[in-house]
Design a protein around this ligand. Structure first.
Ligand SMILES: CC(C)(COP(=O)(O)OP(=O)(O)OC[C@H]1O[C@@H](n2cnc3c(N)ncnc32)[C@H](O)[C@@H]1OP(=O)(O)O)[C@@H](O)C(=O)NCCC(=O)NCCS
Length: 388
């Protein structure tokens, strides 16, 4: 066999800085985060999550009647097949036995949905759009039923009068959320909806690039999002703040916080919810969610304000001493905690939003496909012979 295949000239560890494809969905730059032409602060202030999902999936913002029709289908698709419901009934036990975390349960439930979706193998644009809507609609139901099972209660069924954000909170808790809580959740979903070639979306595109199906691609994306260097960071950030609180006690003593941070720096500990591959000078989404979360904390009471003050002290030290800025997962952890959401559901909620971006990318990949297959710089042994 010829050995003359040319070796690629450069290697970028972690694909840093590599342009691995084209997309019309999202632009992530230090100077702006843009979904299909709209800047993130504009969307967070003026668009609902449903409008953003429509924008991502269809390319343009919906008219009033288009949004109405979209919402109607979304709401009608919230129910789960019996097989998935039966699986979710066991999820409380799986979590209690530590044999699964909610992201694993969600991944399996989405995978089962693929078996039961009549269009699973159909990757035409029309079928992909219908499947995107089904996946988007069913994800909060999976999260809600899973949480009900963990809490040892009957499933709370979807409420057709509620938005994506409000219904998610309703199904998890059985309590009708306040308009303020719905607003915070809705904005967090808008902020989480899309982020170009991040690890989970790239995973989804690699899978879709083999002409595999949407449910399979999304299942892989959920596995990628779970990790603490990616979506799992919102849970990890809150766990880190809880650890700091335990170590320093109930007061936000500046000296103790500085000592905790000094120790983290000395031991080269990675602080969760900080840093980003693209945003080296700050994440556009973080201050938006921080402001909303802090307002919620002020309304909720002193304990929650103290949590935000602790987060702010940690952030100041990171920025001043390391020039490393918080990403969206840092304020998200504090915000979801303030809303009373169980920590292991923070990343599943991220999925309830990012599903829109993933599905848009999978459809875009299928519509203009080329197999994604990079090269590797081989570092193994020199050629040797088995019998030699
Ligand atoms: C997001 C992340 C994976 C990006 O990784 P990356 O682009 O490979 O960044 P690098 O690891 O090259 O970081 C550059 C430097 O900053 C440091 N750094 C980056 N993020 C850091 C963090 N959260 N805490 C402490 N130091 C950090 C690195 O240790 C490295 O320092 P060095 O040059 O002395 O080795 C990384 O910042 C991280 O692990 N953050 C914590 C997890 C997180 O919040 N993930 C959510 C991302 S949205």
């Amino acid at each position: 066999m010829s050995t003359s295949t040319p070796t690629p000239p450069t290697m970028a560890k972690g694909l840093e800085g590599v342009i691995a494809g084209e997309s019309a969905i999202c632009k992530v730059e230090q100077d702006a985060l843009i979904y299909r032409g709209y800047e993130i602060a504009d969307l967070a202030a003026n668009a609902s999550f449903e409008e953003v999902a429509y924008l991502l999936l269809k390319g343009d913002k919906p008219s009033t009647s288009e949004l109405e029709a979209f919402n109607k289908i979304l709401i009608s698709e919230r129910g789960l097949p019996e097989t998935v419901r039966e699986f979710l009934m066991t999820s409380g036990e799986l979590v209690k036995n530590n044999s699964a975390v909610p992201m694993d349960i969600l991944r399996t439930a989405v995978s089962i949905l693929g078996h039961l979706d009549p269009e699973c193998q159909d990757i035409t644009p029309e079928a992909n759009l219908r499947k995107s809507i089904r996946l988007l609609a069913k994800t909060p139901t999976i999260i809600g039923h899973m949480q009900n099972s963990i809490d040892g209660r009957e499933f709370i069924e979807a409420d057709d009068s509620l938005s994506h954000a409000a219904n998610l909170l309703w199904m998890m808790t059985g309590q009708k959320p306040t308009p303020e809580a719905v607003k915070v959740m809705d904005v967090s979903l808008v902020l989480y909806a899309e982020h170009d070639f991040n690890a989970s979306t790239f995973t989804a595109r690699v899978i879709a690039g083999t002409l595999s199906d949407m449910h399979g691609a999304v299942t892989g994306a959920i596995a990628a999002l779970k990790g603490p260097l990616h979506g799992g960071a919102n849970e990890a950030a809150m766990e880190m703040l809880s650890e700091i609180r335990k170590d320093i006690g109930p007061e936000n003593d500046a000296g103790k916080i500085q000592a905790w941070m000094d120790n983290a720096f000395t031991t080269k500990r990675k602080l969760m919810g900080f840093g980003h591959r693209v945003y080296k000078n700050g994440d556009h989404r973080a201050p938006i969610l921080h402001a909303l979360g802090r307002k919620a904390a002020e309304a909720r009471g002193e304990e929650f304000v103290r949590l935000f003050e602790l987060g702010e002290a940690v952030q100041t030290i990171m920025e001043e001493q390391k020039k490393i800025f918080p990403n969206v997962d840092f304020p998200c952890g504090m915000t979801y905690f303030t809303m009373g959401i169980p920590v292991p559901q923070y990343t599943p909620i991220f999925v309830a939003s990012r599903m829109s971006g993933w599905c848009a990318h999978i459809s875009e990949q299928h519509a203009n496909n080329r197999l994604i297959r990079p090269r590797v710089a081989y570092t193994g042994p020199e050629l040797r012979t088995w019998n030699g």
